[in-house]
Design a protein around this ligand. Structure first.
Ligand code: DX5
Ligand code: ZN
Length: 214
């Protein structure tokens, strides 16, 4: 699956940006609060406007403090998947249950330096594991290949049936890096600059899919 990240699009034309990637599997929306990460993007009112402008399932990536308080609002608004950071969630099991009760898939994300193993038990309550392949906060950064081992470890647990999550990767994914990530066992690839930096975002998605399948 390919999830274009709207962070790399023109924020004055978000509806057009959503419509230019009709073939996307998920539309990835980065919510940053200026505290959990040193950058500030958009919040619930703008995410609601995006939800109203597209039929693509919206994948909200919340890079915020206190997701226990804020995340459910995104699920109630109609996001398909709502991902919170393991480093920020106070009660991740309750949070996952609340997200699911509000009709969304629940995602848990780990920064490049955070292993997922301490969270394996509570990942049984989650649908998505988002492995960050850059330090969260900004688009256009370089892919960190050292996270691929974490992806392989997660893949093994999924394949053995111990975990049931979609393995998603986020940061620095482009036509070169997507092959390594696919080989390591990623199911869903977030791509910001590689999609919205291209002249034709729709074709960029196709090209990424081709490379991931090789
Ligand atoms: C970074 C965000 C990413 C970002 C990816 O903190 O979570 O989703 O938009 O952008 P690229 O693909 O340009 O690295
Ligand atoms: Zn993201």
């Amino acid at each position: 699956m390919i999830a274009p990240s709207i962070l790399a699009a023109d924020f004055a034309r978000l509806a057009e940006a959503a419509q230019s990637v009709k073939d996307a599997d998920w539309l990835h929306v980065d919510v940053m609060d200026g505290h959990f990460v040193p950058n500030l993007t958009i919040g619930l009112p703008v995410v609601k406007a995006i939800l109203n402008s597209t039929a693509i399932p919206v994948d909200c990536h919340l890079m915020i403090e206190d997701p226990d308080r804020w995340a459910v609002g995104y699920a109630e608004a109609g996001a398909y998947n709502v991902t919170v950071h393991a480093e920020a969630a106070a009660d991740p099991v309750k949070l996952a249950n609340d997200l699911r009760a509000a009709g969304a898939k629940a995602g848990l994300s780990v920064k490049p330096g955070t292993p997922f193993e301490p969270y394996v038990e509570l990942l049984r309550h989650y649908d998505t594991l988002l492995v960050m392949s850059v330090e969260p906060g900004f688009g256009g950064q370089e892919f960190m290949p050292e996270v691929l081992d974490k992806v392989r470890r997660a893949r093994r647990l999924v394949d053995s049936g111990e975990l049931r999550v979609v393995v998603e990767i986020d940061g620095g994914i482009n036509a070169d890096t997507i092959e390594q990530a696919a080989e390591a066992g990623v199911d869903c690839f977030v791509a910001g600059s590689a999609v919205y930096g291209a002249n034709d975002p729709g074709r960029a998605i196709e090209a990424l899919r081709d490379r991931a399948r090789r």
